[in-house]
Write a protein that binds this ligand. Structure first.
Ligand SMILES: *Cc1c(COP(=O)(O)O)cnc(C)c1O
Length: 389
C-alpha cells in the first residue's frame, strides 16, 4: 500500500501539465546566450548551428546521419517523399496515435491502413499488422511501408516489426516524436528502423522553443534526397530543382537552443525515469500503471494510467481538476474514428484494443523536474477520484 500524506487545508496553486520553466531555471542563461550568438551572427536560416546540431543529434542516437527539418510532421512527409509513396500504396499505421502519423500518408494520396495496438505497451500489435497487410493485398493495394509509433516514449517492438517488414518487403519507419532518447536493449531510438523521425515541439521530451523536427537514418544514399527535399527539391544548383520538395528547415535559433538542451538530455531522461518510478509506487495498487521492463528505457513523454472505464475516468479527472491537477486524454478519438480518416481501411478484425484504450487512458503531469511532494499531491487527487467512483 502506498502511503499518501493528507492534503493541506488551503487550496494549492494549480499545477502545470508540463513545467517548461523548470528547465529554464537550470539552463536558461546558457540558452539565452546561444540565442544571442545567433542574433549577432544573423544567419537565421541554415546557419552553422544547424549542421552542428545534426551531428550531435546523430551521435547521441548512435545513428549515422541526422537531417533536421521544420517539424515532426514534415519529417514523416519527407520520408514518404524520399520513398516516393504514391496513390495505390498501402502504409500501415496505428490508429492510436497523433494525427500526423496518418496525415502524411493521406497527403501523398496513398492509403493509410490502420493497425491495432497492444493494450499494455500502447504500441503496434504485430498480429494486427499481419492481418492488415493481408487485407491491403486482397484490396489490390501495394504494401510499401510500416510506420510504428513509440507511444508515450516507449519504443515499439522493432525486432518483431523488422522481421515482418523484411518478409513483406516493406520500409520500416519509426515515428519517434515522443521517444527520442529511449532505448531498447543497448540500441537507442534512431537506429532501429530504416528511418526514424522525431519532433522538437516544446512538449516533447527533447523540445525547442517553437517547431522543429529531424530524420535519422543509417542509409547514406538517403541523405542527399532528404536534404534536397527539405529545400524545394534543389539540385546542385539551388535554382535547378530536380524534384518536387518542401520548404522545411530547422531555424538556426532552434538548433542553437537544441544544442544546449541535448547536453543535459541524458540527465533529464534519468530524472523522467525517477518520476515514473515514483508514480508507480504511489499508484500501482489502485490503477493500472504503465508496464515497464528491464530491456526498455522509456523517455516518458506521457505518464498514462488506465482506469476502469469512461465513467471512472470522468470522476478521476474531476477529482484532479478540483485539486488543481491537470490531466489529459491521449487519445480520446483514434484516427480510424476521426471524420477525415474514417473511410480508410483497417485490420479486418477491427481495432478492439484501440477502442478499449480510448475509454480508459488518462495522462498525468509529467516532466523531469516533478518533485516527490508534488507527485504525492497528484496521487492524492487520483486516489480520491478512484475512491469516489
Ligand atoms: C507530436 C507528434 C508528431 C508531429 O510532430 P510535430 O512536430 O508537432 O509536427 C508526429 N507523431 C507523433 C506520434 C507525435 O506525438
Amino acid at each position: 500500500m502506498a502511503v499518501v500524506k493528507p492534503l493541506s487545508r488551503e487550496d494549492p496553486e494549480p499545477l502545470p501539465f508540463i513545467d517548461l520553466q523548470a528547465q529554464r531555471k537550470r539552463i536558461g542563461d546558457r540558452i539565452d546566450e546561444a540565442m544571442a550568438r545567433v542574433l549577432a551572427a544573423g544567419q537565421y536560416v541554415l546557419g552553422p548551428e544547424v549542421k552542428e546540431f545534426e551531428t550531435t543529434l546523430a551521435q547521441f542516437a548512435g545513428a549515422k546521419h541526422a537531417i533536421s527539418c521544420a517539424n515532426g510532421t514534415d519529417a514523416l512527409l519527407l520520408v514518404l517523399m524520399a520513398e516516393d509513396i504514391s496513390p495505390g500504396d498501402a502504409v500501415f499505421v496505428p490508429s492510436f496515435t497523433f494525427v500526423a502519423t496518418g496525415e502524411c500518408v493521406a497527403l501523398r494520396r496513398a492509403t493509410p491502413v490502420f493497425v491495432d495496438v497492444n493494450p499494455r505497451s500502447f504500441n503496434m500489435d504485430p498480429a494486427s499488422l499481419e492481418r492488415a497487410i493481408g487485407a491491403a493485398k486482397r484490396a489490390g493495394l501495394r504494401p510499401r511501408m510500416v510506420i510504428a509509433v513509440d507511444l508515450f516514449g516507449r519504443p515499439a517492438d522493432y525486432p518483431v516489426l523488422r522481421e515482418i517488414a523484411d518478409r513483406h518487403g516493406l520500409t520500416l519507419v519509426a515515428d519517434a516524436a515522443q521517444s527520442f532518447g529511449a532505448k531498447l536493449g543497448k540500441a537507442r531510438v534512431g537506429t532501429m528502423a530504416d528511418y526514424t523521425t522525431t519532433s522538437f515541439f516544446p512538449a516533447k521530451p527533447l523540445g525547442c522553443y517553437g517547431d522543429g523536427g529531424a530524420i535519422l537514418t543509417d542509409d547514406g544514399t538517403k541523405v542527399e534526397p532528404l536534404l534536397s527535399l527539405r529545400m524545394h527539391g534543389k539540385g546542385r544548383d539551388q535554382y535547378d530543382n530536380v524534384r518536387i520538395g518542401l520548404n522545411s528547415r530547422l531555424d538556426t535559433l532552434q538548433a542553437a537552443i537544441l544544442i544546449e538542451k541535448l547536453r543535459i538530455f541524458d540527465s533529464e531522461i534519468a530524472m523522467r525515469n525517477e518520476v515514473a518510478a515514483r508514480y508507480k509506487t504511489l499508484l500501482s495498487d489502485i490503477v493500472v500503471t504503465p508496464e515497464t521492463n528491464e530491456s526498455c528505457i522509456s523517455v516518458w513523454a506521457q505518464y498514462t494510467i488506465l482506469l476502469d472505464g469512461a465513467k471512472a475516468r470522468e470522476v478521476v479527472q474531476a477529482s484532479c481538476a478540483a485539486a488543481g491537477v491537470p490531466t489529459a486524454i491521449y487519445y480520446a478519438t483514434p484516427l480510424h474514428r476521426q471524420s477525415g480518416y474514417r473511410e480508410f481501411p483497417a485490420d479486418p478484425s477491427g481495432l478492439p484494443h484501440t477502442d478499449w484504450l480510448t475509454e480508459r487512458v488518462l495522462s498525468l503531469p509529467m516532466h523531469p523536474y516533478l518533485d516527490a511532494q508534488t507527485q504525492q499531491r497528484i496521487a492524492h487527487a487520483v486516489r480520491a477520484g478512484v475512491a469516489a467512483h
